[in-house]
Design a protein around this ligand. Structure first.
Ligand code: DP6
Length: 327
């Protein structure tokens, strides 16, 4: 096999029930199950080539050669795929996001889903989606959820069987036209990334209570999605986001990702909902606010964020499909 290559595309995702904390940091086995929506149009496209003449893995992101920790993380994921394929060749990886970088929109999920699929295909593997999801998980936990499309559940998996912690579709993208209207309020890179954040989760006295009550919230969230019950979904999604941020804020050291504008949007969203607009918020490890709403009110939510709260940058995404190879 002198030289082979493949290109894959994967979408970002937004968690309704959050992943925060690992029971195994290295394998990224989560402390709790999670549930998300894959986001159409927010994509990472990654090409992986293997060549027997190369001495070293090279990684380019957005056209720039990577060094240090960013490169190491990609190389570690190449190792995961090479071990699965019994392949020793070095690779060249080239990756690009179609959404503006530095917006704090989770790119590790789409990035490691696309990387894993492209590397597996370039290595000659044609893997079933569940196995691909479990492999992607080792690169970035939330990447397990960017392999399948639509509404997705990532299960904890059985003890001693890391390959069983994977994500699958519970409803296809066309099942419910929910829309994520993302208020991009800061472009600054976050001071503490998710990987370091996960490691701090257990230092919060609230983490055990959050984790213990995930199964009940997840079941309610799944039912809300499957019955397309927005009012029910809204309450559970906001509660779960607030619980994760309560853990973050009570970790040692504390992680406070919100800015004043984040709280202003949270309050406005709750007021708009009480006045009848079907919208709720959820927030990841950063200050941006994901406003989930019915598709028919997405333009109104966008307008209010812009006009009432002076949010200049807004991204809009509906439910998206699975990670795929470019032919
Ligand atoms: C707050 O998947 O980014 O977005 O496994 O270290 O790459 P790593 O972490 P990551 O964590 C995501 C955390 C979150 C919640 C979520 O998406 O469930």
């Amino acid at each position: 096999m002198p030289s082979t290559g493949a290109t894959a595309i994967a979408n970002a995702n937004i968690a309704f029930i959050k992943y925060w904390g690992n029971r195994d940091e290295k394998l990224r086995l989560p402390s709790n199950a999670s549930l998300s929506m894959t986001l159409a149009g927010l994509e990472t496209e990654t090409t992986v080539e293997f060549n027997d003449g190369w001495q070293r893995d090279e990684v380019f992101i957005g056209g720039e050669a990577q060094t240090g920790a960013a490169r190491e993380r990609v190389v570690a994921q190449l190792e995961v795929v090479r071990a699965r394929a019994a392949l020793g060749l070095r690779a060249r990886v080239s990756s690009r996001n179609n959404f503006p970088s530095g917006t704090g929109i989770a790119s590790s999920a789409s990035a490691f889903a696309a990387l894993t699929l492209a590397a597996a295909a370039a290595a000659g593997l044609s893997l079933p989606e569940p196995e691909l999801s479990a492999l992607a998980r080792q690169g970035s936990g939330s990447a397990a959820r960017s392999v399948p499309g639509g509404f997705v559940e990532w299960v904890m998996g059985e003890e001693g069987k890391p390959e069983t912690s994977l994500a699958y579709t519970i409803a296809p993208p066309e099942y419910w036209d929910l829309t994520d209207v993302i208020a991009v309020v800061s472009q600054n890179p976050k001071s503490v990334g998710s990987t370091s954040g996960h490691a701090l989760a257990k230092t919060s006295p609230l983490q055990a209570a959050r984790v213990a009550t995930v199964p009940e919230r997840l079941a309610r969230c799944r039912e809300a999605v499957l019955s397309r019950d927005f009012a029910r979904l809204a309450d559970i999604v906001e509660l779960d986001s607030n619980l994760m941020h309560a853990v973050m804020m009570t970790s040692m050291p504390p992680l406070i990702y919100w800015e004043p504008i984040t709280i202003a949007i949270m309050k406005s969203v709750r007021r708009w909902r009480s006045e009848g607009l079907p919208v709720c918020f959820t927030i990841d490890a950063g200050p941006n606010v994901h406003c989930l709403c019915a598709a028919e009110v997405a333009a109104e939510v966008h307008r209010r964020l812009h006009d009432n709260l002076d949010v200049k940058r807004v991204l809009v995404a509906g439910p998206g499909g699975p990670a795929r190879l470019r032919s």
